[in-house]
Design a protein around this ligand. Structure first.
Ligand code: SAM
Length: 423
């Protein structure tokens, strides 16, 4: 009988099961029983959900682990051991490895920085005859000149050029037209900022240092972060915060920034950080608090200021075009937006995306597991490839730094290296 009443009551008041607060407002013994049942069922449901969430999280970790290949290479610091800057080149050994089996007569470093990678590559390839280093930052040029001095030799024709890497074709045509005819054997892009840039507060890249809201890689470029924050249309500012910062709270942030324009706008990194901080509950810092949000917001603004994503995509196409048959392009990215572009553009170059759009077309690419034999014993870093008639993606999954490198150099933690070879 009690059971019958219980059932009846539950049918009369279905929200009881779902909401314990509603339940507490009901009166009488029957409802107390119903609360017991509902709470034990809700505990069970909660437990089940917790188990499901735990399982999903574990699967996500495994999947994430599977989608990359952690480098097992021994970690070593820059070859000469006396880098003229505080910048430690990321995945140096791995970059040297991906070009080591090539007869490297020509090499273009699109992101010269302090030339840590270039130094090691020039040192490892005495056959190198043409070298071009590009960077939009004049500070990098000074450091690179000093650093490379000891490895440049009379039979190596070298040019250090202050140009955006999207101009790779015209830079090669201007400096060494012959290189354009024959094709380039190796190209490197090591994306993002150098330590020299981050550590100089005047450049406005650092969340933790007071400086102007600048964020230009190229100090001669006209657009600064301050222009976006104080003058861009509301919707464009929102797009930067949503798509480039990937900030879940982008809309409130956009409104706060727009409101700040009424009282003169934001002109320093500190002012922007204070605004972000004021929006974090209890001004919480750390990984989940305002520092994380501010890092994301700074990243979004930097991407917009330097038009990084469009530039990257265009430049990968342009670089692949200028490669010689058998030549390789290696790209190190530092966040998921960049890595997605590298991955998708490599696939597009191989014609993979066009096939997806037109399923009638025969599949051009073949994914393979390879053994050392396919590429030679010294290329054990090649695990799985994607091929078409145009070329081979040598890293179906990106290579990530060794645990040792991640321990020694925090900046390397998000790095992903992908390599494509032209047929
Ligand atoms: C991570 S650092 C490169 C460090 C370098 N590999 C080394 O070993 O020292 C990236 C460099 O690329 C430059 N850079 C970023 N975007 C660029 C672009 N679109 N064109 C040319 N240089 C760019 C930056 O100014 C910065 O100096």
């Amino acid at each position: 009988m009690a059971g019958a009443i219980r059932v009846k009551q539950l049918f009369l008041c279905p929200s009881i099961l779902a909401n314990e607060t509603t339940l507490l407002r009901c009166r009488g013994n029957v409802n107390v029983i119903a609360r017991d049942i509902s709470s034990s069922e809700s505990t069970k449901r909660k437990k089940k959900k917790e188990i499901e969430l735990g399982r999903a999280a574990a699967e996500a970790v495994v999947k994430k682990e599977k989608r990359r290949t952690r480098s097992s290479r021994e970690y070593e610091l820059a070859g000469d051991g006396e880098s003229p800057s505080s910048h430690v080149p990321v995945m140096l050994g791995e970059v040297v490895d991906v070009l080591s089996s090539i007869r490297l007569r020509s090499f273009v470093d699109c992101t010269l920085g302090a030339a840590g990678h270039s130094y090691a590559i020039i040192e490892n390839h005495p056959e190198l005859r043409h070298f071009i280093g590009m960077d939009v930052d004049p500070v990098a040029h000074k450091l690179a000149h000093v650093h490379l001095h000891s490895v440049l030799h009379p039979s190596l024709k070298s040019s250090i050029v202050r140009k955006n890497f999207k101009c790779i074709r015209s830079v090669i045509a201007d400096t060494d037209p012959e290189m354009l005819d024959i094709g380039v054997d190796g190209i490197l892009m090591d994306l993002g900022m150098s330590s020299m840039q981050v550590n100089n507060p005047e450049r406005g890249f650092s969340v933790l240092e007071e400086g102007p809201l600048d964020m230009r890689m190229d100090p001669q470029a006209s657009l600064k972060a301050e222009d976006i924050v104080n003058s861009w249309p509301e919707s464009e500012l929102g797009r930067v915060l949503r798509d480039y910062s990937e900030e879940s709270n982008w809309y409130s942030l956009q409104n706060k920034i727009i409101k700040a324009r009424l009282s003169g706008g934001l002109h320093s990194t500190g002012e922007l950080v204070d605004l972000i901080r004021s929006m974090s509950p209890g001004n919480r810092g750390g990984r989940q608090g305002w520092i994380k949000t501010a890092t994301r917001v700074f990243q979004g603004l930097r991407i917009a200021v330097n038009d990084e994503l469009k530039t990257l995509q265009q430049s990968i196409y342009a670089s692949f075009e200028v490669l010689a048959p058998g030549g390789r392009l290696a790209v190190i990215s530092f966040h998921s937006l960049e890595d997605r572009i590298v991955k998708q553009t490599f696939l597009d170059i191989l014609g993979f995306q066009r096939e997806e759009k037109n399923p009638e077309e025969p599949r051009k690419h073949v994914e393979e597991e390879l053994s050392d034999k396919d590429f030679g014993a010294n290329e054990s870093w090649i695990k799985q490839t994607v091929r078409s008639s145009n070329g081979i993606i040598l890293t179906k999954r990106p290579i990530t730094p060794s645990e040792e490198e991640e321990r020694q150099n925090r900046r390397s933690r998000s790095a992903k290296l992908r390599v494509i070879q032209k047929s």
